[in-house]
Design a protein. Structure first.
Length: 485
């Protein structure tokens, strides 16, 4: 069985040694994935980029997309303005698709590829925050959403959702999620096509009910104009775009593809898998909000659907959340390894799940902690936008040429050690992008740039542009650039 954490290599030459003996496939759905952040050798590469479509589609036919779509109407937009925002916000899936092409090129997950941008030590900090902390918070929020739907199912079955029952429900939903994450890549590739088909069928029924009641001429009581309108439009794009921007780890699910796989196909199927369901499900939420109050989406949707479909809808909401959280748990497990903690991938997934379950139970049963986390995550684009921009720019600059085995070398002799283990270009570009984005925020606070612009929140575009330009200029300087494969 291959090691899930590569042992330190004595030097670059050792880092290039491939483990020669062919091993039995560790990618079967019924077998726990043996690989962690280590390099995937060519003889274990397989699959088609078309498989990526169902992976990302299953993760985006979700309750949260319904909620965010409905939120745009609640923010004061007209129906057609909301639909336009949904399309524009989901275009960020193109960046997620671009990042995915680095997986087969390097034979490594995103958590390792980013050593090229930040250096061996700098990347540990990057993975601790962008990879692990944010992933665990998203896991907790999604788990809370799934648990809420599951509580309603329990009540429908005639069982009072006491504190003890709620704890059991959360644990059961988390166990199903973590089982997929522990078994890993093979299980994900096996399950996500039938999950996609099941969720599509369920949401097709939702669509029929929603279309029958939609007010296509809907206008808010007080239509927005001028600066107020632009502020809400930009905030809406940021809200929708935060979904695809949170997947800075898309190479995790493409790395088993043969290195000769078409990058265009990888990027296309990944982006399409996120974009289509993202647009369709968010749009359903917006359309429903023209007919019912979507401040309580479950109750609102049930008004538009036949009574018999209520339990089916709740089951679909739970299943969709399990699908998205399994991907989150999988990547969070890899991030924990990439931080430098020597732990098997399967155990790292369980560790992440335990932390997320604790946050969820505390938030649901003891305090409004998850509300606080939810508000904080509205600011994640301040970090995720620049992080994705640096990653995408590096792919373009290197023409997607990564030496996966060299990336495994964590010693001072590594080509990716840079200066004391940190790549100044990546660190400065990320810091610059985050700083400008933070000054442009108008969410939980109003930054000075947003205040000067009359409340316009340009954190997302400003952070992306500044980080990308800074990295392009600094990386081309030469000293902060390791050789490509």
């Amino acid at each position: 069985m291959a090691s899930t954490i590569p042992d330190p290599h004595p030097g670059t030459g050792a880092a290039h040694q491939e483990a020669p003996p062919p091993q039995p496939p560790s990618e079967r759905a019924g077998r726990v994935e043996a690989h962690g952040i280590d390099h995937i050798p060519d003889h274990e590469r397989h699959g088609s980029p078309r498989q990526l479509f169902s992976v990302w589609a299953a993760a985006n036919v979700t309750y949260l997309n319904l909620v965010t779509g409905g939120a745009l109407i609640l923010m004061g937009l007209t129906l057609w303005q909301a639909l336009a925002v949904i399309v524009v916000g989901n275009l960020f899936w193109l960046l997620t698709g671009l990042l995915a092409i680095s997986g087969p090129a390097a034979g490594a997950p995103s958590e390792v590829v980013t050593r090229a941008m930040y250096g061996v030590r700098g990347n540990r900090v990057n993975n601790a925050v962008v990879g692990w902390l944010i992933s665990v918070c998203y896991f907790a929020l999604n788990l809370a959403a799934a648990a809420t739907a599951a509580f309603a199912l329990v009540e429908m079955a005639g069982i009072t959702a006491t504190t003890g029952v709620k704890v059991v429900v959360v644990m059961v939903v988390a166990a199903l999620t973590l089982t997929i994450g522990v078994y890993g890549h093979g299980m994900i590739m096996k399950l996500y096509l039938p999950i996609t088909l099941t969720l599509t069928a369920a949401f097709a029924v939702v669509a029929v009910g929603v279309f029958r009641h939609t007010d296509f001429a809907y206008l808010p009581a007080e239509p927005l104009t001028g600066t107020d309108l632009w502020a809400v439009l930009i905030a809406g794009v940021t809200l929708i775009g935060s979904g695809p921007l949170s997947y800075t780890t898309s190479a995790d699910f493409s790395r088993y593809l043969p290195r000769t796989t078409s990058p265009k196909a990888i990027a296309g199927w990944t982006a399409l898998g996120g974009f289509l369901p993202g647009v369709l499900v968010c749009s359903l939420g917006a359309l429903a909000a023209t007919a019912v109050d979507m401040t309580d989406p479950q109750a609102g949707l049930r008004q538009l659907l036949p009574d018999w479909f209520g339990p089916v809808l709740l089951l679909a909401l739970v299943l969709g959340t399990i699908a998205i959280n399994a991907l989150t748990a999988y990547s969070a497990g890899l991030a924990l390894q990439a931080v430098g903690i020597r732990i098997r991938r399967s155990l790292s997934v369980l560790a992440d799940g335990t932390a997320a379950v604790a946050l969820t139970l505390y938030g649901l049963l003891a305090s409004d902690f998850l509300d606080t986390v939810s508000n904080v995550l509205q600011l994640t684009v301040v970090l995720l936008g620049p992080a994705m921009a640096v990653y995408a720019t590096d792919i373009v600059l290197r023409r997607n040429r990564y030496d996966g085995r060299a990336l495994m070398d964590e010693t001072p002799d590594s080509a990716f050690w840079y200066t004391a283990g940190v790549n100044p270009a990546g660190a400065l570009a990320l810091a610059g992008g985050v700083t400008v984005a933070a000054l442009s925020v108008n969410t939980l606070y109003t930054g000075p740039i947003a205040r000067a612009l009359g409340g316009l929140d340009l954190a997302l575009p400003a952070g992306i542009v500044v980080a990308s330009l800074l990295y392009a200029v600094l990386a081309r300087g030469g000293k902060s650039r390791a050789p490509a494969a």
